[in-house]
Write a protein of this length. Structure first.
Lengths: 395, 293
């Protein structure tokens, strides 16, 4: 029965190979890389209570919205901004080269205040309409701001009342500029000149445009990797993977002869199928994920080792080749299943270890185990049946 | 090529020695964890890790000098590559991180921040808790599966050996004072799941051989025969898994080196315990309180 179906089984294997090749090649750009490999920032923020601004549902929702606004203005491709739990916000910024700047822009409250000489707040950034970087006559960067109609009214009142006196401009309670009012400003427009560098001015403009956060946020986790460092990791991981695969291929041939060659064919199928499914699932490859893949390469041939050793034993006990092969596959299967299930239990638990790159390890390990059961048992069997009469194994 | 022929080796004869070895391993591991402790990385302990890249070779002492001006001279400073340095400090504010970068730029002309791992104490504590839960659930889950699949006693001795394997990996990490990070925890979990495989192979064979037990054959003989018969697959499965991990250790870059080391230690200990400890414990248990079959 099994042998009569052999042409069909072979067809299935060839079909899967063809399909996988279509999915996997050309490799460039097909595999989604995690932030630790392509570079970028993973930032976890938490909204914290202050006496002035306790955190509530509405505040957290506005925090998410305002941070989204700020990031849009940073010009990051494919950012992730997601609420996590009650008070946390996860921000992922792929490809960011200056993580410090990103954190600075995301985590700042950015409350703009104008205070008179007595220290009383006369106007806040809540009434801003726009903020833009401009240059003064000396070419220094300044931030030009314009108020909405109510803000313009308040600003006119404040400047009228304070002619000849300083009107302090504070950002998050820190004085950034302390100009003296020359004359009442009635048009609702002003400039902040704070001895900024160009980048500082740009950051401030972004913050003011996107608005102040309604509550204080703290950066409780920041994992950032610069893109070239990520590239180094990819190269090192790739090198280790290639060398690892070659070592396993060589070992199997040296130890199991032509049977080993068939196990190697199955291993190559494993690698191909693995990446086809990986890409199909739109999974993300991380550095620990590469480690997980390398590990499963070694585990994938375990099924073949168990089967081949069993075949040897059966043959030694006096069975024919064909009968030994049948018995070998059949009797080893239960052991292979058990062994893989226990490893899978551990792999699934890895998912619980945070949202970071280690999840990628759980993904590749789980996928590798499932995929290798198929290639190690079913695909190998097709190859072995195909060449059963010409095979030799020292027993 | 063939290393191992299915001969009869008297493994049970050396089981007292194996117990001593295993007890020493467990005692050393527990002792090291108790006395030297685990060198938790920022993942679990919280804190800030900064990796800087310079345009020239930089000595760690020069870095320490710079950090001294911020009262951070006690930080851990490690060379990542000739031109790259990793600094680990207690959790730093954004302003302090920025200040370090500008101080380094001042001193060395150019400095680039290429990696940040900044974890708050609450996140670290969460991860520690989740890590312990994951380890316990893994052991419990495997015990339940194996008990359901085998009988109770082989399941218990297999899982005992498993805990011994995991503990030894943690012990080696503590002894070498390698950073205990999430990838290391992942390695321990993986070893728990993987190292029981060899025990399953051996216990399966023992059960098979018990069915065809010859008259007068001692339990020790059956176990010796079973372990001997399965020896080549026990060793070969571990070897094929170790080969790519060795490649990872030598060629996979610095970030995966400790992970690879932990897996390698686990593979060696796991293979040893599957051969020498699991079935030996079972034999002693059966002899002390035999059950009718």
């Amino acid at each position: 029965m099994r042998r009569r179906l052999l042409p069909w089984r072979l067809l299935v294997v060839l079909g899967l190979i063809a399909l996988s090749v279509l999915v996997v090649f050309p490799v460039r750009g097909r595999i989604r890389l995690g932030l630790d490999l392509r570079g970028g920032s993973h930032i976890l923020l938490e909204c914290v209570d202050t006496p002035e601004a306790p955190v509530d549902e509405d505040a957290v929702r506005r925090v998410v919205e305002i941070i989204r606004n700020r990031i849009d203005q940073l010009g990051v491709a494919e950012p992730v901004i997601a609420r996590q739990g009650e008070r946390r916000v996860l921000v992922q910024l792929p490809g960011v080269t200056d993580p410090q700047r990103a954190v600075e822009i995301i985590g700042k409250t950015a409350l703009l205040e104008f205070k008179d000489e007595r220290g009383e707040t006369v106007l806040t950034g809540a009434h801003l309409k726009n903020a833009q970087v401009q240059f003064d006559r000396l070419g220094r960067p300044v931030v030009a701001i314009s108020f909405d109609s109510e803000g313009a009214k308040l600003f006119a009142q404040a400047t009228t009342a304070n002619v000849g006196k300083p009107l302090g401009i504070y950002l998050d309670g820190k004085l950034i500029s302390n100009p003296v009012v020359q004359e009442p400003i009635l048009g609702g427009e002003a400039q902040i000149t704070g001895r900024f560098t160009l980048e500082e001015a740009q950051n401030l403009a972004i913050l003011l445009r996107a608005g102040a956060l309604p509550v204080k946020v703290e950066v409780i986790e920041n994992r950032s990797v610069e893109p070239t460092l990520g590239r180094d990791s990819v190269n090192a991981g790739l090198r280790a993977a290639v060398i690892g695969v070659i070592l396993v291929l060589a070992f199997m041939v040296l130890y199991y002869g032509s049977f080993g060659l068939l196990a190697d064919l199955a291993l190559l199928c494993f690698i191909l199928f693995f990446f086809a499914i990986f890409i199909g699932l739109r999974a993300t490859l991380t550095l620990p994920g590469i480690a997980g893949f390398v590990l499963t390469v070694g585990m994938a041939v375990d099924a073949n080792v168990l089967i081949f050793e069993r075949i040897k034993e059966e043959y030694r006990s006096g069975k024919t080749w064909r009968a030994s092969i049948d018995a070998g596959f059949q009797k080893a299967f239960r052991t292979i299943l058990d062994a893989n299930i226990t490893t899978l239990i551990a792999a699934v638990l890895l998912f619980s270890l945070g949202s970071g790159p280690i999840k990628g390890f759980g993904v590749t390990l789980s996928l590798g185990i499932l995929c290798s059961m198929f290639t190690g048992v079913w695909v190998s069997r097709v190859f072995v049946d195909l060449f059963a009469d010409r095979l030799k194994m020292r027993v | 090529m063939e290393f191992i022929r299915a001969t009869y080796i008297n493994f049970m004869g050396v089981r007292k020695a194996a117990y001593v070895v295993s007890l020493v391993l467990v005692a050393l591991s527990l002792g090291s964890v108790a006395l030297r402790g685990l060198n938790y990385g920022v993942d679990f302990a919280g804190g800030t890790l900064l990796q800087f890249r310079f345009s020239r070779e930089v000595a760690t002492e020069e870095i320490r000098g710079v950090l001294g001006s911020m009262n951070l001279e006690k930080s851990i400073i490690q060379r990542f590559s000739p031109t790259e340095v990793v600094i680990r400090t207690p959790k730093l504010s954004q302003e302090d991180q920025k200040r370090i970068l500008s101080l380094l730029k001042e001193k060395f002309g150019s400095a680039e921040l290429v990696r940040v791992e900044d974890v708050g104490p609450a996140v670290g504590a969460d991860l520690r808790r989740m890590g312990i839960v994951a380890l316990l659930v893994a052991i419990g889950g495997i015990l339940v599966y194996v008990a359901f699949r085998f009988e109770f006693r082989p399941a218990v001795t297999s899982v005992l050996a498993l805990a011994h394997d995991g503990l030894t990996v943690i012990g080696v990490v503590s002894l070498l004072q390698k950073e205990f990070t999430i990838p290391i925890l992942a390695a321990v979990l993986t070893i728990l799941g993987y190292s029981i495989n060899d025990s399953i192979v051996v216990m399966d064979r023992i059960r098979e051989n018990l069915v065809g037990r010859k008259k007068g054959e001692e339990l020790e003989d059956i176990v010796n025969r079973s372990v001997s018969e399965t020896l080549s697959r026990t060793i070969n499965t571990s070897l094929t898994t170790a080969l790519p991990v060795l490649a990872l250790y030598f060629f996979g870059g610095k970030m995966l080196q400790d992970f690879a080391l932990a897996i390698l230690v686990g593979l060696v200990v796991g293979t040893y315990s599957s051969i020498f400890v699991v079935s030996a414990l079972w034999v002693d248990w059966e002899k002390r309180s035999p059950r009718r079959r």
